[in-house]
Design a binder for this molecule. Structure first.
Ligand code: ZN
Length: 317
């Protein structure tokens, strides 16, 4: 398998070579898209940082590149008519009982990253967040489902040449187990750790970080559940309010095809077999129920797992 750097270059080149006419949507960065849903009394707002059509490989194994053709329901919301995957990156704001919780903070601006199309971004995400009614100083909690670069980016922003917490009045919740994994990466230095240094360490330095267990309860209506595999300490957020249920799934799924084929792993999954087991558990527990999935990389992010003849599919709402 190629290195992440080679893979990223290949992805970038294939992406820029794709014909513009194939898209029915404008899959560009900073597209100022906001969505709103309610789970009982919990209000959910998504603020999209980017939604781009990228090649199947190397994000997914090349031998699965034509599997999308089996699933009409994926096109064009989640896969383009020519088989590119639509990779959304978005944050969710949850409001309940006067709380304002941001779940996952995208890639962020001006950050140097190994994947070229994620490096040095200049999007309007923060303006979009404020326009949606969420000025940064009104956020009281930030939760990162895991500590990959595309889930921690807006934890900080560049102010006078320094990375400072974007949400100065928030407690930032990081999984203790996930942070221990980061510490291992910092020691080993075999992977790119710049996101730890520019998007997590400044939060620790400012005294705003809180390390939590994988079953941490945020309120009567919201608690964490372990969903390890994609990373060693990955968590999901369970919402239960007035008889309605939802799960913010982080990177348990990257694209809804993994609901039909949970064995397909993203190249970013650290423990592939564990990530497959976690997907199968989520599908068997929530398939054919009223529980909504709220999925950070899905272009239309909220929906249910429903029966599709003799398989499962995602039904967005
Ligand atoms: Zn991700």
């Amino acid at each position: 398998m190629s290195s992440p750097r080679e893979a990223a270059h290949a992805a970038q080149q294939a992406s820029s070579a794709a014909p513009a006419s194939e898209s029915t949507h404008d899959y560009r960065k900073g597209e100022s898209r906001v969505g709103r849903w309610s789970i009982g009394d919990v209000r959910v707002t998504s603020v999209m940082e980017s939604a781009e059509a990228i090649p199947w490989s190397p994000q997914y194994p090349p031998e699965t590149a034509d599997h999308w053709k089996k699933y009409d329901w994926l096109v064009p919301r989640y896969v383009t008519p020519t088989g590119q995957i639509i990779m959304a990156v978005q944050a969710f704001v949850l409001e309940a009982d006067g709380r304002r919780i941001v779940v996952d903070t995208c890639v962020g601006n001006e950050k140097a990253r190994e994947i070229p199309h994620c490096s040095g971004l200049q999007t309007a995400f923060l303006e979009d967040l404020s326009s949606a009614g969420f000025a940064p100083e009104t956020i009281d909690t930030v939760l990162c489902t895991h500590l990959h670069f595309d889930h921690v980016g807006w934890n900080t922003r560049l102010v006078n040449g320094r990375w400072e917490p974007t949400f100065p009045k928030a407690r930032y919740l990081f999984g203790r187990r996930e942070w221990e994994y980061c510490e291992t990466l910092l020691r080993e230095k075999t992977l790119d750790v710049r996101h730890i240094l520019d998007s997590i360490q400044p939060v620790l330095d400012a005294g705003l970080a809180e390390f939590v267990e994988t079953n941490h309860r945020l309120s009567d209506e919201m608690w964490l559940e372990p969903s390890h595999g994609h990373t060693p300490g990955h968590v999901s957020l369970h919402i239960s309010s007035r008889g309605q249920e939802a799960i913010v799934t982080g990177d348990v799924f990257h694209n809804p095809i993994q609901i039909a084929e949970p064995e397909i792993c993203s190249m970013m999954c650290v423990d592939k077999e564990m990530s497959r087991n976690t997907r199968r558990q989520v599908i068997s527990r929530h398939g054919d129920t009223a529980t909504r999935l709220i999925a950070v990389h899905f272009n239309d992010p909220v929906g249910r797992i429903v029966r599709d003849t003799n398989n499962w599919r995602f039904s967005p709402e």
